[in-house]
Design a protein around this ligand. Structure first.
Ligand SMILES: Nc1ncnc2c1ncn2[C@@H]1O[C@H](COP(=O)(O)OP(=O)(O)OP(=O)(O)O)[C@@H](O)[C@H]1O
Length: 264
């Protein structure tokens, strides 16, 4: 697909975010295209999560424009904004499931609160969503504390997908998972993107995920997007952080592992 204005689902222009005197973003530009998995990387504190929060409307930027599906969020009425926000699903960094609710109840709650479904319908749909992310039926009645990190991430993903969003935002979904669970999550993400025609905004530190899943990678540095392009173009960019990240021992291992998988 050719990336152009027609298939741009997120457009960020001249974004400025600041906390007190600490500038996080200054004139940041970024476009996200329909159907892609965009990996967002950068050193710790470069503002990846703040960017995510600005796009989904959880944080009011100091300046700049954030357009979703061509609509400028602040220009919309509350009702229009809330309709648009239903087209986005978010999986936050810590999974953020309610510990006092079972997985089924966690997913159902999103459907009750955001789509106004009855408890019965919401529970029936929650069962489907949990199956969609590959969880066994028995997991639905379990509490988060009873499950592995990988299963919790899947349940949080089921909740992010509860309202059938067009865009999925994931904040470090494989953080804290062992390599096998992380690779399984990567494969699930690719399958779901294709099956559900999703666009994915993926904040990650995980080099294996970048190689396994991402169509493009955006690097945050010096308060802006330094480069947003295919992985090989990004990895060849002349920048100290990029060199250390992509060409350090972990970067080389991830690249090697991606090559071996492609040959299998
Ligand atoms: N609500 C807030 N109030 C004050 N400062 C904040 C707030 N949210 C974020 N920051 C600051 O903004 C900067 C960027 O934070 P952000 O969480 O986006 O970084 P990040 O790139 O996602 O980092 P990491 O990779 O470590 O998760 C950090 O210095 C953080 O302390």
């Amino acid at each position: 697909m050719v990336n152009n204005a027609e298939n741009t689902v997120i457009e960020v222009q001249k974004l400025v975010n600041r906390f007190g005197s600490h500038a996080v973003h200054d004139q940041l530009d970024l476009a996200v295209y329909r159907g892609e998995i965009l990996g967002v990387v950068g050193g710790s504190g470069t503002g990846k999560s703040v960017l995510l929060r600005s796009i989904v409307g959880l944080l009011q930027p100091r300046a700049g424009i954030v357009k979703l599906f061509g609509h400028d969020l602040p220009a919309l009425s509350d009702e229009q904004r809330s309709q648009l926000q239903k087209r986005m699903g978010v999986l936050f960094q810590k999974g953020a499931l309610y510990s006092s609710l079972t997985l089924e109840e966690n997913v159902a709650l999103a459907l009750i609160e955001q789509a106004g479904l009855s408890r019965r319908d919401a529970t029936a749909l929650a069962v489907v969503k949990l199956a969609l992310v590959g969880l066994p039926a028995a997991a639905g009645s379990k509490y988060p504390a009873e499950l592995s990190g990988g299963m919790i991430k899947r349940a949080a993903l089921a909740r992010a997908l509860a309202l059938d969003p067009d865009i999925l935002f994931l904040d470090e979904p494989t953080a804290g998972l062992d390599p096998i669970a992380a690779a399984a999550f990567d494969r699930l993400l690719l399958t779901l993107r294709d099956a559900l025609d999703l666009t994915v905004f993926l904040v990650t530190h995980d080099l294996d995920t970048l190689y396994a899943c991402c169509d493009r990678v955006a690097v945050l540095s010096q308060k802006r997007v330094l480069v947003a392009d295919r992985l090989e173009v990004v990895a060849a960019t002349d920048d100290d952080w990029i060199r250390d990240y992509f060409h350090g021992p972990r970067g080389r291992a991830a690249q090697q592992s991606a090559k071996s998988s492609a040959q299998e």
